[in-house]
Design a protein around this ligand. Structure first.
Ligand SMILES: Cc1cc2nc3c(=O)[nH]c(=O)nc-3n(C[C@H](O)[C@H](O)[C@H](O)COP(=O)(O)O)c2cc1C
Length: 183
């Protein structure tokens, strides 16, 4: 019987000083902890581990699911996030990826559409359900909380539920049949 706890790796998209990414990532982690059943790891390009290929490889290999928290810069996703993604190859395969994006009017959704292509090319499984924030700084309180009735809470719960469904299903599938068996 496999361990029922699934391993969630949270990817930080921004490596800027005073990034807003930390506020949104902390909110997402609180949701995952409230849901339960996840052990949570972090891939953060602002840390030495986040720029260490061997550490990234190990964290991606150990993960069952990925949650990407990314801002949008000039209609794209940050280079620091791409550097982390490109540092690893095989361990992304047959694992689900959900996205939380934020930015100005476009809510970071252009960045997410680009990331869907990137993760699909790595044989990961990008999910439809996610969360996006327009002008995120205006929506969170100074203490990092989001008002209780904000629609993002419901979207986050649904995204985590779907992520867990795929993470459990794909973990079983990878155990039954190695993903690269046909190669
Ligand atoms: C140079 C620059 C370009 C930006 N381009 C976009 C954009 O194309 N679309 C968008 O939604 N937000 C855009 N933004 C807003 C950022 O996504 C927003 O400031 C976000 O909070 C940055 O994330 P961070 O603080 O975690 O690094 C831009 C901001 C800057 C400074």
């Amino acid at each position: 019987m496999p361990d029922p706890t699934l391993r969630l790796a949270l990817l930080y998209g921004s490596d800027r000083r005073q990034r807003f990414c930390d506020t949104i990532a902390a909110w997402a982690v609180a949701h995952a902890e409230a849901m339960g059943g996840w052990s949570i790891d972090r891939l953060d390009p602002a840390t030495p581990e986040g720029r260490d290929g061997a550490a990234l490889e190990r964290k991606v290999r150990e993960a069952d699911a990925f949650l990407v928290v990314t801002p949008e810069y000039n209609h794209g996703y940050p280079a620091a996030l791409k550097a982390m993604i490109d540092a690893v190859y095989i361990p992304w395969q047959a694992k689900p990826v959900a996205f939380i994006s934020y930015g100005g009017l476009s809510r970071g959704l252009c960045a997410v559409e680009q990331l869907r292509q990137v993760f699909a090319s790595l044989h990961a499984v990008p999910l439809r359900d996610g969360v996006s924030f327009a002008h995120a700084r205006d929506q969170f309180a100074a203490d990092g909380t989001l008002p209780g009735g904000h629609p993002a809470h419901k979207a986050m719960r649904l995204a985590l539920w779907r992520l867990r469904w795929w993470a459990g299903a794909l973990r079983q599938a990878r155990l039954l049949i190695p993903y690269d068996a046909a190669a």
